[in-house]
Design a binder for this molecule. Sequence first.
Ligand SMILES: Cc1ncc(COP(=O)(O)O)c(C=O)c1O
Length: 510
Amino acid sequence: MEYNSAVDKFRDDEYPNMSQGAYLDHGGATIYARSLVSSFSHAMISNLWGNPHSENLPAKLSGEMIDSVRIKALEFLGADPEHFDLVFVANATAAIKLVADGFRDLGEKTPTKSFWYGYHREAHTSIIGVREFTAGDYHCFEDDRQVERWLECPANNTVRNSKSTGLGLFAYPGQSNLSGRRLPKAWLRNIRENPQLRNTYTLFDAAALAMTSSLGSLFSDPDDAPDFTCLSFYKIFGFPDLGALVVRRSSGHVLNLRKYFGGGTIAQLFPLNGDKRIAKKIPGLGDQYDMWNIHDGLEDGTLPIPYSWQETEVNQVKDVISRHCNYLARSLYKSLMALRYPNGFPVVEVYVDDPTMYGDPSRQGATFAFNVMKQDGTYVPWTDIERLANDAGVYIRAGGVCCPGGVSKALEYEEWEWNRMFSSGHACGANEMAIINRRPTGIVRASLGAMTTKADVHALLMFLHNEFIIQASGAQSPSLLEPSRDTLRLPLREMNANYSIAGVAYLKEP
Ligand SMILES: Cc1ncc(COP(=O)(O)O)c(C=O)c1O
């Protein structure tokens, strides 16, 4: 853990738009650096880029650039191109859907005509959606213990109707997009080594994890690595809006059997009725120019131009980012816990399994899920928090954040209560029913990123302090009288002085 004060120095130059407020929604999308966007626009304007699927020079320029960025991306992720291939897709969801397509189509060839699907409760909605491709043989693991029990004895379990040796896929997030909790990587090897699970593959959702953590340890040993890993580059670099599916080469055969093909992924076919033969781009086969690779058979249609980051820059900073975010997360957690009303009641309820997790990168990322309470202990609607924070120039996200299992875990909803919420008409993202029967239906999420500074974190604390503690003590604070973005621009020393109003020292060294 170490604060990287260099961020304060380059923020104004590289992220000038971040002066528009305290941006704490990096889990939604992180912010793009000025140099990234200007080098992209320079490259676009000064070169003639074409559609890569041809031999004309502009086409070749695009094709070569895509291939070189593919290698750079694999290197950045710490995945050796000898053992892994990278498929460019629109986003993490498209990567998940690609894997799901492969399993549905291979599943049709099995005796059950389908496949088994297991997923962890803290998964993103995009992971849960895969269950619709099964014939009802799926299981949501409610917690880590349940996964571990299944791994101890896959043959004797209640999680699946079909045989444990049948075709299966187990998916889980490396980091919960709701709470920032990091889930064990050891399950990947446990599944691969278990003879009962020899036909169960793993889909690791790295979309939230990759934001502020290096994935090097995930790919360092191909035997421990996921079969399929999805992520979104815009959550790492802010730009370009592009995702990736990293495929362990020795598991790529599942995806070769995907039925759909489109421009770019088919080598030859009979277009008319009758002969249905097709020649798909299968790895190992090829044409007179090249051998096909896994990605050749999976990138349907024309890719966007991924011209982007410089490998040297990003490789140097990924560990620094992790330490920086850890430092800030540990500090913010302590400061949130210290926010108390004059009557001693806490202002926030942070949803974390164990308070020691913040600052331990193996268990926790720099994301906070919480709700705000009044001094009588009743909840403030999360919709109000997002609105008031907006007015104060603090940008956080609130609601179900596409993680219904995470919400139900955090808020300890029982199944019947969730049922009641369902039937009441509460919809994810809707504003009307933030509280039902005195319980919140969602959470507030603050997620930190590589370029988050102490000032951003202070701004969140100051917002909560001004809006709730000061108001409860009946005092007037400048930000209550007139919400002003100037508060965000205060030097740290002055901000700390403001904190002394409550007699609490926020953001001390962890
Ligand atoms: C853990 C996780 N998985 C999947 C997704 C979906 O990513 P995308 O919207 O880029 O497809 C997200 C997005 O927030 C996420 O955090």
